[in-house]
Design a protein around this ligand. Structure first.
Ligand SMILES: *Cc1c(COP(=O)(O)O)cnc(C)c1O
Length: 382
């Protein structure tokens, strides 16, 4: 399906709302029925009728159709945030006593789910270095029911060979879930590579303006129905109509923003690589990146995020550099219009800083929609 069609047309029935270009925010909790027969039909299948907005809502549905198509999926579900989407995808596919194989650096709250919540139900997780397919083969146990991927991962940009993992999992009857937030379906298509469930946070690139949260799961109609009729309805973490409307608005400019961000990121990476105070840079499309070939094979572009090892050796120097930034904001998250930075040392106690541990000298940079020169002016201060 044409991406321009998906973004501008798919799922929108403008005759239903005065030919308005922007869809209405259907801010309603419930829907009325003319007859008992109609109401009975809705009770029989809440996934195909508007009954109550914890389930289906027309504004959310427009977004849902577009996001499913972007992923090349039969269906998708839109959640209030990415963490809720992950929670539902995992919970729907494990039971007490099961085993999970996960990449060793998943998103922090995903790790919390595995370590703190699922362990209460006797579900254990083996973390592996996902860069080597043999680690998956070795970690799978007879009771492994789920493999959790994130490619590339945050901060370290570790990739997994998505096709190879999907093939292995299929052969063993194991469900695969991938966090595809970094690439979005525009730059990486996990379902086409055989993955069962593609998750992404919509808070980042889909929203794109740092004004709403959202999360997405895509997969077969059967899998989405299974999650909808259980976790989605039960947790009540479906997205609200207004937030869905903001995500629809963000979606209109997603390809343009990603293109621009990818271009500027490349410029910033080239600048940082030559920076006298930079020891090294992690960026998947760097020809020296150890998984460069795989990155080029399964990703169309490398947008937004770069990790930097600075040679600044004291917490004082790093803090001064970050405190003095005028154009980069110091904040978590990414995917918005504004460029951001997080120094690793903000995530640890200052007295634990060890200059010989290069991770402590790490900066995570997100490149937004500003001009490259404007950002470089700031980075020149390092
Ligand atoms: C932000 C993020 C999430 C969580 O998404 P929320 O919308 O904040 O809940 C999950 N995975 C990755 C890679 C993220 O960056």
């Amino acid at each position: 399906m044409d991406i321009s069609y998906i973004i501008n047309q798919l799922g929108e029935d403008r005759h239903e709302y005065f030919n308005a270009i922007a869809p209405p925010i259907m801010q309603t909790s419930n829907f009325a029925f003319d007859t008992v027969t109609d109401m009975r039909k809705a009770f029989e299948d809440e996934m195909s009728t508007y009954l109550y907005s914890r389930g289906l809502n027309p504004t959310v549905d427009i977004l849902r159709k577009k996001l499913a198509a972007l992923d090349g999926a039969e269906d998708c579900l839109v959640f209030n945030n990415g963490a809720a989407a992950t929670y539902a995808a995992v919970m729907a596919n494990v039971k007490s006593g099961d085993h999970i194989v996960s990449v060793e650096h998943p998103y922090s709250w995903t790790r919390h789910l595995f370590d703190q919540i699922l362990t209460r139900f006797g579900i254990t997780t083996t973390y592996i270095d996902g860069r080597d397919i043999r680690n998956f083969e070795r970690a799978i146990l007879p009771h492994t029911s789920l493999i959790y991927l994130e490619s590339p991962t945050s901060w370290y940009f570790e990739l997994q060979d998505i096709e190879a993992v999907a093939e292995l999992a299929r052969a063993e009857g194991i469900i695969t879930v991938i966090d595809n937030s970094y690439c979005t379906p525009l730059y990486q298509r996990p379902l086409d590579m055989g993955i069962d469930i593609a998750m992404q946070t919509a808070t980042k690139y889909i929203g794109g303006h740092s004004d709403t949260l959202g999360g997405v799961l895509s997969g077969t109609a059967e899998m989405m129905r299974k999650i909808f009729l259980s976790e989605y309805m039960c947790i009540g973490s479906g997205i609200q109509p207004f937030n869905a409307w903001l995500l629809l608005r963000g979606l209109r400019t997603l390809p343009a923003r990603l293109e621009r961000i990818s271009r500027t990121t490349r410029t910033i990476y080239e600048y940082l690589k030559e920076h006298p105070k930079v020891e090294s840079v992690i960026y998947p499309f760097d020809p020296e990146f150890d998984q460069y070939e795989l990155a080029k094979k399964q990703m169309k572009e490398a947008p937004g995020l770069i990790s930097v090892y600075t040679t600044l050796e004291t917490p004082g120097e790093i803090e001064q550099f970050c405190d003095n930034l005028k154009h980069f904001k110091m904040a978590v998250s990414w995917g918005g219009h504004e460029s951001l930075i997080i120094p690793k040392l903000a995530t640890m106690k200052a007295e634990d800083f060890d200059p010989s541990n290069k991770d402590h000298r790490m900066l995570r940079i997100y490149v937004g929609l500003e001009e490259a020169e404007y950002l470089i002016e700031d980075l020149d201060k390092m």
